[in-house]
Design a protein around this ligand. Structure first.
Ligand code: FAD
Length: 448
């Protein structure tokens, strides 16, 4: 686990550093001498460029890496590296600054350089203030500002990252001492073309994503939609319980951006040719689900996620209990795991701890009753936090509550936790206090 944490934090910075070192080495090999400030300026510029390539690669959601590290972790690295590379560019510009002469005497090198800087400012603004919650969600003022911004527009603005890359590429290409350096240009072209090609392939893949049609859509509670889709042709995408897809609807009255949703279904007889999602109304897109009708076409990008690792899925059911902790809509991937266990006819000890705000948020009780009949070792514990509901405890999921329901006894079990960020942090603390190790905790973060 520690190893995994190391690689999810450091793999991408290492990729940037290695490509930077090779470019710097190739550049220095062709130079007789270089003064310190020029060296710092070129190094910061080159490192910023290789970081731009790396964060673009992360933004292309490489599934082969996401399955190991998780998307939230990768987007966090994306966000941190983007801020660092912006600082590097500021240093590069300060050192290269020679007054306002560049305004009157614009060379192609400075034009492309400034073009890159302007594009990058746009990319950073849209990323920090609209698309990512990493920097702004902790501040009420910035969160309010974020709500006012149009996410779809900012998503388009964020694509200026490609303009920034192309501009900075030509900024280097038009410097004769670099353009004449064959090794440098081979490396630069390889890194740039590989990144842009991966990005374009990802975009093609999205266009070519499997097409589904909506077979069911209804409200299970006043604010929760259940959406079931089945493939237009062929079979459903193969996915693991708890995975998630980015959903896009075609032609319907809803914006085109793909939104991530965990599957609430698992591959079972009931869902052998359909996939189910449970979607809580949270803003513009989710509220527009009211415009979706049976028969509308959706595409699914994915599956992503690693909520239920293979070795845990195959762990002996008589020895390894599961504790499913979900806050509100955080039930979704847990339900998928539960349905998968039911399909296996597993008699595993399973505690499903579901924290809800209001009585009206409660649904699915019939299915839980059926599961209890099939597996007497399944236990459901619902707790309400915002109103007293007869027959149910009141409060939050705390260590005491887990003790009360007996979930604390399962120290050698696996804990699946899903809900909003603060709930994940709180649960992680609760479980750590109960001496549950990181390897036994599987988190699904509903915010990037
Ligand atoms: C891995 C993952 C799995 C999820 N699974 C579920 C689920 O099963 N059920 C469910 O109800 N919700 C789920 N969510 C949350 C869901 O994606 C958001 O609530 C939804 O996209 C909000 O869109 P909106 O336009 O209605 O609301 P907005 O007001 O636009 O957004 C509310 C918040 O959702 C986030 N968000 C918005 N759009 C996106 C996007 N395209 N990509 C990533 N984050 C976005 C932003 O942080 C924003 O602050 C999941 C999120 C993630 C990251």
């Amino acid at each position: 686990m520690r190893n995994k944490k190391f690689w999810s934090d450091w793999l991408f910075p290492i990729i940037s550093l290695v490509s930077f070192a090779t470019l710097l080495g190739a550049m220095l090999m062709s130079m007789d001498s270089i003064d310190v400030s020029t060296l710092i300026s070129f190094s910061t510029g080159l490192l910023a460029y290789t970081m731009m390539l790396t964060v673009t690669f992360i933004g292309s959601r490489p599934r082969f890496l996401e399955k190991h590290f998780g998307m939230p972790e990768m987007y966090e690295v994306h966000a941190v590296m983007s801020v660092i590379l912006s600082f590097l560019i500021v240093i590069h510009v300060i050192i290269q600054w020679n007054g306002f002469q560049w305004v009157t005497d614009m060379t192609i090198v400075s034009q492309t350089g400034w073009g890159g800087v302007v594009a990058l400012i746009i990319v950073m603004f849209s990323g920090i203030f609209s698309l990512s919650g990493i920097y702004v969600d902790k501040s009420k003022t910035f969160s309010k500002f974020k709500e006012k911004l149009n996410r779809e527009v900012n998503l388009w603005l964020h694509r200026f990252a490609i303009v920034a890359i192309v501009a900075v590429y030509f900024h280097m290409y038009f410097l004769p001492f670099l353009a004449n350096n064959l090794l440098f240009m081979i490396l630069l072209n390889t890194y740039t073309v590989a990144t842009l090609l991966y990005y374009v392939l990802w975009k093609f893949k999205i266009v070519a994503s499997s097409r589904y049609k909506v077979s069911k859509i209804y409200k299970a509670t006043p604010s929760l939609w259940v959406v079931e889709v089945e493939p237009v042709k062929g079979k459903i995408d193969n996915y693991t319980a708890g995975d998630y897809f980015f959903i896009r609807f075609k032609g319907a009255d809803i914006t085109r951006e793909g939104h991530p949703f965990s599957t609430s279904s698992a591959i079972t007889k009931r869902y052998s040719n359909s996939i189910e999602f449970m979607i809580k109304e949270a803003g513009d897109w989710t509220e527009s689900l009211a415009n979706i009708k049976v028969g509308d076409i959706a595409t699914l990008e994915g599956p992503y996620g690693h909520f239920l690792p293979e070795e845990v899925e195959q762990s002996p059911e008589d020895k390894v209990p599961f504790v499913l902790l979900g806050g509100g809509i955080g039930l979704t991937p847990n339900l998928s795991v539960l349905r998968h266990e039911v399909e296996k006819n597993s008699q595993r000890e399973i505690h499903c701890v579901w924290g809800l705000a209001f009585e009206e948020d409660m649904f699915m009780l019939d299915e839980f009753e059926e599961i209890k009949k099939q597996n007497p070792n399944f236990h459901l514990h619902i707790i309400f936090s915002n109103e007293e509901v007869e027959g149910y405890p009141f409060g939050f999921i705390t260590n005491e509550f887990l003790e009360e329901v007996g979930a604390d006894k399962y120290k050698d079990g696996h804990f699946f936790v899903c809900g909003p960020g603060p709930m994940l942090d709180a649960s992680r603390k609760v479980l750590a206090n109960g001496h549950v190790s990181d390897e036994q905790i599987h988190l699904d973060d509903f915010g990037f």
